[in-house]
Design a protein around this ligand. Structure first.
Ligand code: UD1
Length: 337
């Protein structure tokens, strides 16, 4: 089956492409390269020893999107394309609503035109907001606290409504926790366009000597060592979760919602220590004020995905750090060759 992966040249999408290929399906990428590189598509080709079909199209361009769908006739769509920087979403919320929501509407409409009935959507744990209890299970109240998170939640609602409006549709909403790491080949990985906002890309910059030290955002949280705790998941495990979800979508109709996390939280200091072990480098750090909008601690109850479609992550934090560092060492400038 051909599977369209929107945002397939991005950090998560590219690993999803490989997993889809490994599972025997044919990935077809749609990407506008706004935060990704054509070099990634070439690398994917090296990894699967074949040319990966890729269309340079913005999901907000309905006309071009429909043309690609008509040519590909996908059996399913994995919709990863979207904007994802929390700070930017506060600064320019209209841009976030426009790009993320219009993109999703266009993808669903393009599916309808060609009769594709299965969609997997990249949602985020950010839809839960401040934890009422932990671990978050899928029943947890939904109250995202930033415009980016609200676009994810609105798209979840949109997909529920789309599903109800037709027969035999199936959708899987995947709520990602904190993906880090890279493919073990070191050929694909995360290549942030500008200043790294997230922890691991920043650590990689410090380890590589590009920045002097890591700023740890607060050590006075109600957590074992006072620093923020997150559920980091290897991007390869996350990608495998999409394939498991795809199998589920083939066998079921209706909408299923699943957390993709490990169920285990690590503090910033624990991540630093694991990274130092994996890389043999020191990560100097300085504790600074809390980052506005940060939550002290969150992690997943990941049992539903395991019980429902047999997916469970198996790569530990040391492996996540080792693979992230391997990617960085082999590509000091990311995809710029
Ligand atoms: C952030 C977003 C989240 C989004 C996710 C995507 C915010 C508030 N949340 O999640 O909505 O889905 O990225 O991956 O931006 N940290 C430092 N120093 C740094 C960077 C991070 O101490 O330079 C700490 C943070 O305070 C946090 C942990 O590291 O405790 C993880 O941060 P990050 O990687 O940015 O992820 P989230 O904040 O969980």
């Amino acid at each position: 089956m051909k599977v369209i992966i929107t945002g397939g040249a991005g950090y998560i999408g590219s690993h999803v492409c490989l997993a889809v290929h490994r599972s025997g399906h044919t990935p077809v990428i749609i990407d506008n390269f706004s935060n990704s590189s054509p070099a990634c598509v070439r690398r994917l080709g090296e990894l699967i020893d074949d040319v990966v079909e890729c269309h340079n199209v913005d999901v907000c361009d309905a006309g071009m999107l429909n043309d690609v769908f008509a040519a590909v006739l996908p059996g399913a769509v994995i919709h990863c394309a979207g904007l994802k920087a929390v700070g930017e979403s506060f600064a320019d919320p209209l841009h976030y609503y426009e790009k993320n929501i219009l993109g999703a509407v266009n993808v669903l409409r393009a599916m309808d035109v060609v009769g594709t009935s299965r969609v997997i959507f990249s949602s985020s744990a950010t839809v839960y907001g401040d934890p009422e209890y932990l671990p978050y299970d899928e029943q947890h109240r939904l109250a995202p606290e930033n415009p980016y998170g609200r676009t994810k939640l609105f798209i979840e609602h949109l997909i529920h409504d789309w599903d109800k409006a037709g027969k035999n549709r199936s959708a899987v909403l995947l709520r990602y926790f904190n993906p880090i790491g890279a493919h073990p080949s070191g050929l694909i990985g995360e290549d942030p366009n500008d200043f790294p906002n997230n922890l691991m890309p920043y650590i990689l910059d410090v380890a590589a000597g590009k920045r002097p030290d890591l700023k740890v955002f607060g050590d006075d949280y109600q957590t074992p060592d006072g620093t923020g705790v997150r559920d980091y998941i290897h991007v390869e495990d996350l990608a495998d979760g999409h394939v498991a979800a795809l199998g589920y979508a083939v066998r079921h109709t209706g909408v299923g919602t699943f957390n993709l996390g490990t169920g285990r939280g690590y503090s910033v200091l624990e991540v630093i220590a694991a990274f130092e072990r994996a890389s043999n480098r020191q990560i100097p750090y300085e504790v600074v004020a809390r980052r506005a909008g940060d939550i002290a601690e969150f992690f997943a109850d990941a049992s539903k995905a395991s019980e429902t479609f047999g997916w469970s992550p198996n790569r530990d934090l040391d492996r996540m750090c080792a693979d992230a560092w391997n990617w960085r060492v082999k590509n000091p400038n990311g995809y710029s060759e």
